[in-house]
Write a new protein. Structure first.
Length: 114
């Protein structure tokens, strides 16, 4: 059974930082394409960042230069370092895995507000 468990969300002031984690089990993490998506109220879920098994990464234009996606294959864990957070980054953030199927975590709330 594939499981993705996110953690690290919370309330932060504009300009602050957070690091999200996603612990993965039940699939060959080393070979999976991993991504972070987010969904704000009233909006569609959107891709934030993606990393493939070879290390190539890509980002949404809105987060380039502020967010960094990384993975620790030894720990089967995906990360999203978020710096210089803005109010418009407020959303539920979801971990996503693609390996023989598409899998989602339960989501973690990130709120950027003063």
């Amino acid at each position: 059974q594939v499981q993705l468990v996110e953690s690290g969300g919370g309330l932060v002031q504009p300009g602050g930082s957070l690091r999200l984690s996603c612990e993965v089990s039940g699939l060959l993490f080393d070979f999976a394409t991993m991504a972070w998506f987010r969904q704000a109220p009233g909006r569609e879920r959107e891709l934030v960042a993606r990393t493939v098994s070879g290390g190539v990464t890509n980002y949404a234009d809105s987060v380039k230069g502020r967010f960094t996606i990384s993975r620790d294959n030894a720990k089967n864990t995906l990360y999203l370092q978020m710096n210089t957070l803005k109010a418009e980054d407020t959303a539920v953030y979801y971990c996503n895995a693609n390996w023989g199927g598409t899998y989602w975590g339960q989501g973690t709330q990130v709120t950027v507000s003063s």
